[in-house]
Design a protein around this ligand. Structure first.
Ligand SMILES: Cc1cc2nc3c(=O)[nH]c(=O)nc-3n(C[C@H](O)[C@H](O)[C@H](O)COP(=O)(O)OP(=O)(O)OC[C@H]3O[C@@H](n4cnc5c(N)ncnc54)[C@H](O)[C@@H]3O)c2cc1C
Ligand SMILES: *[C@@H]1O[C@H](CO)[C@@H](O)[C@H](O)[C@H]1NC(C)=O
Ligand SMILES: *[C@@H]1O[C@H](CO)[C@@H](O)[C@H](O)[C@H]1NC(C)=O
Ligand SMILES: *[C@@H]1O[C@H](CO)[C@@H](O)[C@H](O)[C@H]1NC(C)=O
Length: 484
């Protein structure tokens, strides 16, 4: 039977990018999304997307594919170092594909889709400013997702069905994946249906699956809040048809989720975007002391918090840390700040008033001011200060402050793919008719994903998956031509 469509599971950035690519080839797409509305975690992304080199980076621009690659390799750490043979080659190929296509991914979004990515920040673990977002009011995830959705809505070859949970992949005796089984609710009854066609799975990570995959692979993280809504991971659906998984125990604990003092035990937290630190923000302990280079890799900053800040007496496992911004940092992130202050997660206060709560704050701010203005070197090794402009600290100087704590955020592990986004079996053989892209996949980031590289992987591997699924689909048509 010749299928009439390619099936894309998930409506986040990876699924949307794959869809656009398929539609470019004029291949029909059925997108199945389990939630009531599209966008996944992608719509929440708040810091931006990496690319190097790009015309938006500050000039003179010394960044390069090689530098980005080196930072990614360093960040990936042990799982990459320890890998041998085909496994090592595969990881290296994924990293190469990501970084070599990063500049193209930015120009695809900016030039072809018309998304503003003109503001660039330097995030932790990056040697250069290479994380792009818009200069205007919309946060990057929302802007990118809503623009791409607008592009495909109304295309006669595109159909999106929300409230559809894919529960099974269909794999034929011959080996190829030929469709999916999914459930939805109609008139209060759960209905099971099938759809047929090659499948691209773009169903995201499992950082919200506290009771399931997280408990299985990382029981030690129990009790730490998350930025991800409670939802189960989908890797097992692919494992059932033979897909291999990798690095499932590599889970990113982001150093800064907002601790809402009105609801301190909330298991799901709003993220304090890394761009807040990238644009100059600092972290201080409850007593006002700085304790870490805020632009270290996420795993390093998180470890410093857990070792050096006081654990709070909450039931959830949380620590006493504050994020402090000056007015320059806040100005560079106006929309973010508007949202966080509206939610009561950050407040504006004078240095004098805040110092009454935090005895060491004055000293910490003066030291940081001297570092930013070049008078001294930072004792923690920080070298980039974004748009921090407070260099003469007075009691009446205004700052913004909010409580933050580490949060389970992103899962580096997932199904094994190659650089063509094909899903692989344990022996390394691709499963015909099945591709995956985005956070569902594993191996690329090793033990630490760099900020901004997740949206990037969605675009790079989403486009590749779209191209690959398109030619496979054309091949199926060719095998058995439709009678005219
Ligand atoms: C608050 C927050 C901020 C972030 N900020 C950044 C950032 O600034 N830069 C960056 O690079 N990364 C960021 N990340 C990470 C990044 O947003 C995600 O890793 C990325 O968006 C994942 O995209 P995706 O398309 O793979 O999955 P998602 O966007 O999560 O989409 C997956 C979709 O699949 C659907 N789905 C799942 N299972 C099924 C099923 N069985 N059937 C049907 N549908 C299903 C889900 O409902 C979801 O809509 C952030 C993450 C969070 C949570
Ligand atoms: C970039 O992506 C394309 C598919 O879009 C792929 O064919 C190509 O190999 C990738 N380039 C590099 C340098 O990896
Ligand atoms: C579905 O269930 C709700 C609550 O039990 C009920 O009020 C509603 O009438 C039901 N709808 C249908 C279409 O059966
Ligand atoms: C940097 O801070 C200054 C001083 O507060 C502000 O005027 C300027 O707009 C900020 N720059 C950006 C790019 O936001």
């Amino acid at each position: 039977m010749i299928p009439s469509t390619v099936i894309v599971v998930g409506s986040g950035l990876a699924g949307l990018t794959t869809t656009i690519q398929l539609l470019t080839h004029r291949i029909p797409v059925l997108m199945l999304e389990r939630f009531s509305h599209p966008g996944g975690n992608s719509i929440k992304a708040s810091s931006g997307i990496n690319g190097a080199p790009t015309p938006f980076q500050p000039v003179p621009n010394s960044d390069s594919v090689t530098a980005f690659q080196a930072d990614t390799v360093t960040s990936a750490g042990e799982p990459l170092v320890a890998a041998t043979g085909a496994e090592r080659t595969r990881r290296q190929n994924l990293i190469e594909t990501l970084v070599e296509n990063s500049s193209g991914a930015i120009s695809w979004l900016a030039d072809e889709q018309g998304i503003d990515l003109s503001r660039v920040a330097q995030l932790g673990g990056h040697r250069f400013a290479r994380t792009h977002r818009g200069a205007g009011k919309k946060p990057p995830g929302y802007d990118i997702v809503s623009t791409l959705l607008g592009r495909i809505t109304g295309d006669e070859l595109f159909r999106m069905e929300t409230g559809r949970r894919v529960t099974k992949l269909l794999r034929e005796v011959g080996g190829q994946v030929s469709g999916v089984e999914y459930t939805f609710v109609r008139d209060n009854e759960t209905v099971v249906e099938r759809a047929y066609g090659p499948v691209v799975v773009a169903s995201g990570g499992f950082a919200g699956d506290a009771q399931g995959l997280l408990a299985q692979y990382r029981p030690d993280l129990a009790g730490i809040p998350s930025t991800n809504d409670r939802r189960e991971g989908t890797q097992p659906l692919l494992q059932e048809v033979g897909a291999a998984v990798v690095d499932m125990e590599q889970v990113q604990v982001h150093p800064t989720g907002f601790l809402d003092t009105k609801d301190p035990e909330a298991p799901v937290k709003i993220l304090a975007a890394e761009a807040l630190r990238g644009e100059g923000g600092i972290l201080v302990r409850g007593d006002g002391r700085r304790f870490v280079n805020e632009l270290e890799k996420r795993e390093t900053v998180t470890r410093a918090i857990m070792e050096q800040a006081k654990e709070l007496p909450t039931t959830a496992r949380q620590w006493d840390v504050n994020l402090v911004l000056d007015e320059g940092t806040a100005a560079a992130l106006q929309t973010h700040l508007g949202f966080y202050t509206m939610k009561g997660l950050m407040r504006q206060i004078t240095v004098g008033d805040l110092a009454e709560e935090m005895p060491s704050l004055n000293e910490a701010l003066r030291d940081y001011a001297d570092v930013v203005s070049g008078k001294t070197k930072d004792s923690f090794g920080r070298q980039s200060f974004g748009n921090w402009t407070l260099t003469k600290v007075q009691p009446e100087s205004k700052v913004y402050v909010g409580k933050v704590t580490p949060v389970v955020h992103f899962t580096m592990g997932g199904v094994v793919i190659n650089e063509r986004s094909q899903v692989l079996e344990r022996q390394g053989r691709p499963i015909p008719g099945l591709w995956a892209s985005g956070e569902i996949t594993g191996g690329l980031h090793g033990q630490n994903r760099l900020g901004g590289s997740s949206l990037l992987e969605c675009v790079v591997f989403g486009r590749i998956a779209g191209d690959e699924a398109a030619s496979y689909y054309r091949g199926l048509e060719g095998q058995c031509p439709v009678p005219s």
